[in-house]
Structure formats: structure tokens, C-alpha cells
Design a protein around this ligand. Sequence first.
Ligand SMILES: Nc1ncnc2c1ncn2[C@@H]1O[C@H](COP(=O)(O)OP(=O)(O)OP(=O)(O)O)[C@@H](O)[C@H]1O
Ligand SMILES: [Mg+2]
Length: 319
Amino acid sequence: MQNEYSVVAEELAKTFGDFTAVDHVSFQIRTGEIFGFLGPNGSGKTTTIRMLLGLLSPTEGTGTVLGYDIVKQSEKIRKRIGYMSQQFSLYNDLTVSENLNFYGGTYGVGGQRLRERKQYILEMANLKGREREMTKNLSGGWKQRLALGTAILHEPEMLFLDEPTAGVDPISRRAFWDLLYELSHQGTTIFVTTHYLDEAEHCQSLAFIHLGRIVARGTPQEIKETIMKGEVMEIDCADPDVALSTLRDSSLFDEVALYGALIHVVGQDLETHRSTIGQLLREQALEVRSMDIIAPSLEDVFISSIKEEDRKVREEKAS
Ligand SMILES: Nc1ncnc2c1ncn2[C@@H]1O[C@H](COP(=O)(O)OP(=O)(O)OP(=O)(O)O)[C@@H](O)[C@H]1O
Ligand SMILES: [Mg+2]
């Protein structure tokens, strides 16, 4: 029988000397879902994955992957999952086909099954006709799809993808996400880390991590509706750069950020500040085209939960 949850992490923590990289994180991943793990550089994403896969032992806490204990049964876990690490572990001086053969050997996939899986992967990754190309000559998007191909050669129940789309162009990113959907429809559970907020929208559930702590969790919808403290006002006005610094200098709001050519102001009871905002901008002779309270985007929530966590950490240090 399948487990309801493919991953359960309870109070997982990892310290390196006196530095805490992962600070008691807890989360679950439902079997079959795409789970997005978001966080800035150095927030603890890779360290968390390494603990889940038994590559690093947790300082504290417990966890299971596919029902197996992450400390005592990591061998069993690694056989059943596919892992695409942050530095795609491809052999650059092997051809596309040789890389797939190599991973076939690693996962114990050979003979007819290997031939079938290779065909499937070459087609899926749009690498047909490139079997004999040296991996080092492939561009970023091709390498990324080949790395995904090597991670699914043994048809794993679950995939761990650590920033698979970093540094890849938008078209290749889109093609890559189409592959992830396809795998997800076939029933594969997917754990993916990313910096891209637009990719977070593609996930069924999310966790935001900052300074090793989970600062928000839920479906994209839940996160947008319930986590955000405060409202967002979107302002369309002339000279957004000047408007940005004017509104920031007023210190009236929790957050003021540029959103393309628009400004997002985050704060409490923004409707009551409407005339103040208008006045501040008019004093700078900036024409205001519109000011609307809008539903927060994931980016708004992400930035605001990070700021909130920073405030908490400062208060903890001060007390
Ligand atoms: N083996 C280690 N020894 C000491 N510090 C470490 C070690 N591994 C990671 N760290 C530190 O732990 C913190 C979290 O690192 P981690 O690689 O998990 O972050 P990340 O969220 O994956 O970042 P990125 O987005 O840059 O990949 C960082 O400050 C990192 O320098
Ligand atoms: Mg990382």
C-alpha cells in the first residue's frame, strides 16, 4: 500500500560547529504532489535534502521518505528515489548515450529494460539524434533535461530536484516544467527547490525557508490568503524609482517594493493611508494613475514572511 505521505520531516535540524544551517523544520509531502521548497541562497534547502536522502546525518529530529527512516534505512530510500543535485552530476567527457548507460549501471537497469528506458528518456527530453554528442557540448537546457533523464532511469517513485532550472533560459525552463507535469501525472512525487517565484505557482504545496527556518507553508492559494500579515496596494505612477524611495522614506509601511514598473506597498489598513500616499507622491510632482488594494502575489508573501522572520530573529537576539 502507498503511504499517504511520501516525506515526513519532524523537527529536523543540522548544525555545523556552532552554526545552525537547518533549524528544526517540519513538513509533509503528500504522495503524488509537486512540493516546492523555496528560499534565498544559504537558507538550508540543500542541507535539508541531504538529510532526507541519508547523505548527511541530522543533528536533531526525525524523518521518513517513502515510509523509510532517513537515518536507519537510507539505502532503501536511495534505491527508490531519483536525485538531481544542484551541480548536475553528469560526466562531461561521456556522450549522452554513455551517461545514460552509466546511470543504468548505477541503478541496476540493463538489457532490454535499459534500451526501453533510454528510448523513452531520449524522446521525453527531446534528445533524440543527440545520443552521440559529448555532454560537455550540450547547452544548459539540454544538459538539464539529460540530468533529469538520468535521475528517472530506474522509474523512481519520487524525485528530489535541487534547483534544476537555475541559470536556464525561460523556454527551456518551461519545457522542463512540462516534463515535471508529465512525470507527476504518471504518479511520481516531486520535491523541487527553486528561486523562481513563478515556478512556485506550478507546485501543489510549498514551504518557504529562511535562515534554516520554515516561515510559510501551504498550497499557493492558502499561502496567499492566510499567511500574509497586512494588505498590498499596487500603485501605478510616473517615475516609480522616485516614488519607491519617497514611500520607503516615509517609514509608514511594512514593505515597499518595485514590481516591474508598478509599486507594491505592504501594510495594515492601507485604505486609510490612501490620501497620505497620494499626497506624498504629489509633493514629488509624480502623476498617480491608479492605487488599488490587490490580492498578494507569492512574491509579496515571500518577501513579507522573510522580513517578519528577520524581525523575530532580531527581537530574540535583543532579549
Ligand atoms: N558542510 C558544511 N559545513 C559548514 N557549513 C555548511 C555546510 N553545508 C552547508 N553549510 C552552510 O549551511 C547554510 C545552508 O546551506 P545550503 O547549501 O543548505 O543552502 P541552500 O538553501 O541550498 O542555498 P543555495 O540556494 O545557495 O543552494 C549555508 O550558510 C552554508 O554555507
Ligand atoms: Mg542549495
